[in-house]
Design a protein around this ligand. Sequence first.
Ligand code: MN
Length: 193
Amino acid sequence: MYQLIDLPFRENELEPVISAETIALHHGKHLATYVNNLNNLLPGSGFEELPLEEIVKKATGGIFNNAGQILNHNLYFEQLQAPNDDNRPVGEIAKAIDEQFGSFDAFKEKFTAAAVTLFGSGWAWLASDVDGKLHILQEPNAGNPVTKELKPLMTFDVWEHAYYVDYRNRRPEHIAAMWKLVNWQEIDRRYKL
Ligand code: MN
């Protein structure tokens, strides 16, 4: 049985970038529903014993959608921390971003464009390949880079439930503020795994 993860921050700790109300809904309702759905779908599916990432790589339909959304949201929530106006990458990931994109600002511009222009519901991803090269991806719906043999490092959720309570239709404003919340120690840890 899958369990709803605990958040690494208090519900109001991401304010004013993300409200406590949004976190309560996003974690306590949306993610909890995906966890319940997957637990209902798994018995008899043949996927019961697989780790979540393997389910996402192999499953289709409802099992893929719910397992994907659990994996995506776990990576999303576990990379966030209280707002910092001068937030910047650290460690190996900082070096890799400078080398491959020229600067953090150039990377931010590219990633922001991917998040803002993604049509409909989905996820913008920073991922790395086996050589440590970085990739920015747009994945629709429950998509995750693991299905392309890439390692997920950082993600912005652009489903409307992630921002509609706080920003209504203003997705670009939400994305611009999200940079204050990224826990770059955690992104660097994932990159070095
Ligand atoms: Mn979401």
